[in-house]
Ligand binder design. Structure first.
Ligand code: SF4
Ligand code: SF4
Length: 180
C-alpha cells in the first residue's frame, strides 16, 4: 500500500445529510449574510481610467532612452543592458558615428536600432542598473494596452526622450519633472 505524502490527510465524513442540510437553506442564508455584510464596506474597486491609483515610489514603468544636455543620444550600443536582461527583451544594432553626426550621438558608437519587447519585459530595472552611460531608465509611465502584439515592440523612436533643444517641456514630462 502506498504511504501518504504528508500527515495532513483528513478522513472524509460521508454521513447522510439531514433534512435541513438537504434543503440547503442554512448554507444559502450564510452566503447571503456574507454578501450583505460587504454592501456597506468601502469598495476597493477603482474606476480606471477616470481614477488612477497612486504608484509606489519604487514603481518602474516604460523605458526611456536618455539624451545629454546638448540633445545627443547617450546610448553607445555597448549591449550591457541586453546582456543583463533576464527576459532577453532588448535587441540592438550598433553603428559607427560619422564626423558630421557628432551633434546627434554622444559616443563614437551608437544604437542604429534599439528595440524592447514589452511583452517579454518584466520591468525589473536591471537594464537601467547595467547601463554605464545613464542612457536608459524606467519612467513612471505604464505601457498602454494594445490589441496587436507587434505594437508592444518599442523601437528607438518610441523610447527616445524628446530633444531638450526642441522641446524642454516634453523632455521634463518624460523625466517626470513638473512642467512650469
Ligand atoms: S526592465 Fe528588466 S526585463 Fe525589462 S528590458 Fe530591462 S532588464 Fe529586461
Ligand atoms: S542603453 Fe546603456 S547599457 Fe544599453 S547599449 Fe546603450 S549604453 Fe549600453
Amino acid at each position: 500500500m502506498a504511504g501518504n505524502l504528508t500527515d495532513r490527510s483528513v478522513v472524509v465524513n460521508r454521513r447522510p445529510m439531514s433534512l435541513l442540510e438537504r434543503l440547503y437553506l442554512p448554507a444559502i442564508f450564510k452566503g447571503m449574510l456574507i454578501t450583505f455584510s460587504h454592501i456597506f464596506k468601502k469598495k476597493p474597486t477603482i474606476q480606471y481610467p477616470e481614477v488612477t491609483r497612486t504608484f509606489s515610489p519604487v514603481f518602474r514603468g516604460l523605458h526611456v532612452l536618455n539624451r545629454d544636455e546638448e540633445g545627443r543620444e547617450r546610448c553607445t550600443a555597448c549591449g550591457l543592458c541586453a546582456l543583463s536582461c533576464p527576459a532577453e527583451a532588448i535587441t540592438m544594432e550598433a553603428a559607427e558615428r560619422l564626423p558630421e553626426e557628432e551633434h546627434l550621438y554622444r559616443e563614437e558608437k551608437y544604437a542604429a536600432r534599439y528595440e524592447i519587447n514589452m511583452l517579454r519585459c518584466i520591468f525589473c530595472g536591471l537594464c537601467e542598473e547595467a547601463c554605464p552611460k545613464d542612457a536608459i531608465y524606467l519612467s513612471e509611465t505604464i505601457a498602454p494596452a494594445n490589441y496587436a502584439r507587434k505594437n508592444f515592440i518599442y523601437n528607438k523612436a518610441d523610447l527616445l526622450i524628446p530633444d531638450p533643444k526642441n522641446n524642454i517641456d516634453l523632455m521634463n514630462m518624460a523625466k517626470g519633472i513638473p512642467v512650469k
